[in-house]
Design a protein around this ligand. Structure first.
Ligand code: FES
Length: 170
């Protein structure tokens, strides 16, 4: 009795679809190169779109002389106050770092847009999503994956008020 006679009969589908699993999963060099080109192209297009979007961010529309955010007595040292940048739907916050130092930043993390917050105990602005952190005085990246610092707005004290006067460019 030969080996073929001892084996169970071959199912009919194997005759109709004679492709073996190893062959079906084999990726040749040409297919792999095509895949690489597609993925690289996707990354390049995504990066380009992000760069364009960054140039098209909504700009504040402030009244002549700026927009009042709050009275300075409403913002004790170490506290922060959220606001929406006038003329946009951009969420932001202002923080009082010491008696005379105020900073205002967009709330959106520059990594994947999670909401950042001021952590008075560490003196940093932190992002809970991927452990990103920013310098509260400059908005610069201190740790984590964010690729650049926070968008920063200019504020000044006038009389007893804190006034938003525009955007600061770095
Ligand atoms: S979204 Fe902020 S660190 Fe990733």
């Amino acid at each position: 009795m030969s080996d073929d006679e001892r084996l169970p009969p071959r199912p009919a589908w194997r005759t109709d679809f004679p492709v073996e699993r190893a062959e079906a999963q084999h990726v040749n060099r040409r297919e792999f190169a095509k895949y690489l080109v597609l993925v690289s192209g996707g990354f390049a297009a995504g990066s380009g779109m992000i760069a364009i979007k960054d140039d098209l961010v909504a700009q504040p529309e402030l009244p002549e002389g700026g927009a009042r955010l709050c009275g300075i007595d409403e913002l004790p040292v170490g506290a922060s106050l959220p606001f929406v940048v006038p003329g946009t739907n951009v969420p932001a916050f202002v923080v009082r770092l010491d008696e005379a130092t105020y900073r205002a930043y967009e709330t959106k993390c520059t990594h994947l847009s999670c909401a950042v917050f001021y952590a008075p105990e560490s003196g940093r602005i932190e992002c809970p999503c991927h452990n990103g952190a920013f310098d509260a005085r400059s908005g610069a990246v201190l740790q984590g994956p964010p690729p650049r610092g926070l968008r920063r707005f200019a504020v000044e004290v006038r009389g007893g008020d804190l006034v938003l006067t525009g955007e600061e460019r770095s």
